[in-house]
Design a protein around this ligand. Structure first.
Ligand code: FAD
Length: 366
C-alpha cells in the first residue's frame, strides 16, 4: 500500500485533513505526524490574552479530523528527512518511508540577538508553549510592582500581542507597563500608510511606549541600537520567523534563508514527491509573505494536489492575491483592518474578525 505522510497539523494541512475526512484516499495509508493533538490558531491568541476567549475556543482537535479521514495519527515530531531515499525520522527514533510527503510544520520564532535575555524571553512561537507559559507570566505580573513587559517585533504579531497584554493589565488593574520595539521602519512596516497611522494612534492611546530601533537581549531585558537599556521582567520575541534547523541536510532544495523551495503547485523544486505549504516553504516564482492568510488559502490547493499527485493527474496552482486582509485586534473589542493601501477601524471590525475566527475553528471542529 502506498503511503502519504502529512508532517504538521498546520493551517494548510487542516484543509487537507478536512478534504480527506470528506473523501478518504482509496488504497493509500495516510499518516499525520504532529507533536500535539491540538492545532492552536494564532488569529485568536491576542483575544485570549485580552480575556475574550478561553484557550479551548482557540484550537482545533486534530483527532476527530484524523479519525474521519481514516488517518493514522503519530504524536511525534518529524526530526529528520532523507528526501533522496523517501524516509522520515520521528522523534522516538522510528523511520517511516513514504511515497508522498507534505510538510506544514511552520516556522520558528527568530530569537537572533535576544537569547541573552535568558529566562525573561518568551518566544511568540510555538503557540502551544506560549499558551502554556503566559498564565505564569501574568501571575508574576499580578505580584510584582511595576511589571515591565517588552515586546520585540513591530509586525502584526508584535503589535497585537503588545496591545492585548496592555488590555489584560488594565482589565486586571495590574501595575504593568508594555513597551513595543519595532525595527527602524516602525510598526506594521509593509502595510499601507493609513493602517500604520491608525496603529500608532492606538498604541499611544493604550499608553504603550514605542521604540523604533533594533533590540538585542541583555541579562536585564533589552538594549536598543543607540545604547538605551530597557529593563524587563518579560521579553516577548515576535520579531519575524526563522526556518526549522532540521531542514538542513534533508537533501531538499532550500532558499537562502533555509525554507523549502517550492513552485506554484507547492511542490519541492528538487523532490517532486515532497510538497510544502505555510511558513515552512518559500515560493520561488512569486514573493509571498510568511502569514497565516497564505497558509490557509494554499490549503485547498495543496489538498487537491496531493490527491492529483497520487492519481497521476495534473496539478493546480496557488496564486496568492496581491493584497491580504489583516484584521488586527487592539486589545478591547476594537480592531483595525488593513488591506493593501486601505484601512478602516471600529468595534464592528472586531466583531467581523471574531466571526471569521470562530468560523475558522468551527469549520475544522468535529
Ligand atoms: C501572535 C501572532 C499573531 C499572528 N497574526 C497573524 C495575522 O493576523 N495574520 C496572518 O496572516 N498571520 C498571522 N500570524 C502568523 C501566522 O500565525 C503564521 O504565519 C501561521 O501560523 C503559519 O501557519 P503554518 O501552517 O505554516 O504553521 P503553524 O500554524 O505554526 O503550524 C505548524 C504545525 O506543525 C507542528 N510542527 C512543528 N514542527 C513540527 C515537526 N518537526 N514535526 C511535526 N509537526 C511539527 C506544530 O506543532 C504546528 O501544529 C501571527 C502569528 C503570531 C505568533
Amino acid at each position: 500500500m502506498r503511503r502519504l505522510i502529512l508532517a504538521g497539523g498546520g493551517h494548510a494541512h487542516l484543509s487537507v485533513l478536512a478534504a480527506l475526512a470528506k473523501g478518504p484516499l482509496p488504497d493509500i495509508e495516510v499518516v499525520l505526524v504532529t507533536p500535539e493533538v491540538h492545532q492552536h490558531y494564532s488569529g485568536m491568541l491576542p483575544g485570549w490574552i485580552a480575556g475574550h476567549y478561553r484557550q479551548q475556543a482557540c484550537r482545533i482537535d486534530l483527532r476527530p479530523l484524523a479519525r474521519a479521514g481514516q488517518i493514522r495519527l503519530e504524536t511525534q515530531k518529524l526530526i529528520g528527512l532523507d528526501a533522496d531515499n523517501r524516509l522520515v525520522t520521528l522523534s522516538d527514533g522510528r523511520r517511516l518511508d513514504y511515497d508522498l510527503l507534505s510538510l506544514d510544520t511552520g516556522s520558528e520564532a527568530d530569537l537572533s540577538g535576544l537569547q541573552m535575555a535568558g529566562d525573561k524571553l518568551l518566544p511568540a512561537k510555538p503557540l502551544t508553549r506560549f499558551f502554556d507559559t503566559w498564565p505564569a507570566r501574568l501571575e508574576q505580573a499580578r505580584h510584582l510592582p511595576e511589571y515591565r513587559l517588552v515586546v520585540v517585533g513591530g509586525g502584526a504579531a508584535g503589535v497585537e500581542l503588545a496591545l492585548a497584554a496592555q488590555h489584560a493589565f488594565t482589565q486586571e488593574r495590574i501595575d504593568g507597563r508594555v513597551t513595543l520595539v519595532s525595527s527602524g521602519s516602525g510598526p506594521l512596516a509593509g502595510h499601507g500608510r493609513g493602517a500604520r497611522k491608525r496603529i500608532r494612534r492606538v498604541l499611544a492611546a493604550a499608553g504603550i511606549e514605542l521604540h523604533e530601533q533594533r533590540a538585542t537581549g541583555t541579562e536585564k531585558g533589552v538594549m536598543l541600537a543607540d545604547g538605551t537599556r530597557l529593563q524587563a521582567d518579560c521579553v516577548i520575541a515576535a520579531a519575524g520567523a526563522s526556518a526549522p534547523p532540521w531542514l538542513t541536510g534533508t537533501g531538499l532544495k532550500l532558499n537562502e534563508q533555509g525554507y523549502v523551495a517550492v513552485n506554484s503547485h507547492h511542490q519541492s523544486l528538487s523532490h517532486p514527491q515532497v510538497f510544502a505549504a505555510g511558513d515552512v516553504c518559500a515560493r520561488q516564482d512569486v514573493p509571498m509573505s510568511r502569514s497565516g492568510v497564505h497558509a490557509v488559502h494554499a490549503g485547498p490547493v495543496l489538498a487537491a494536489n496531493l490527491r492529483a499527485a497520487l492519481e497521476g493527474e495534473p496539478l493546480s496552482h496557488y496564486r496568492p492575491r496581491r493584497h491580504s486582509l489583516y484584521l488586527l485586534a487592539t486589545g478591547p473589542r476594537y480592531a483595525v483592518a488593513s488591506w493593501g493601501p486601505f484601512s478602516i477601524e471600529g468595534k464592528w471590525v472586531w466583531y467581523w474578525k471574531d466571526h471569521i475566527d470562530r468560523g475558522f475553528i468551527r469549520r475544522f471542529s468535529r
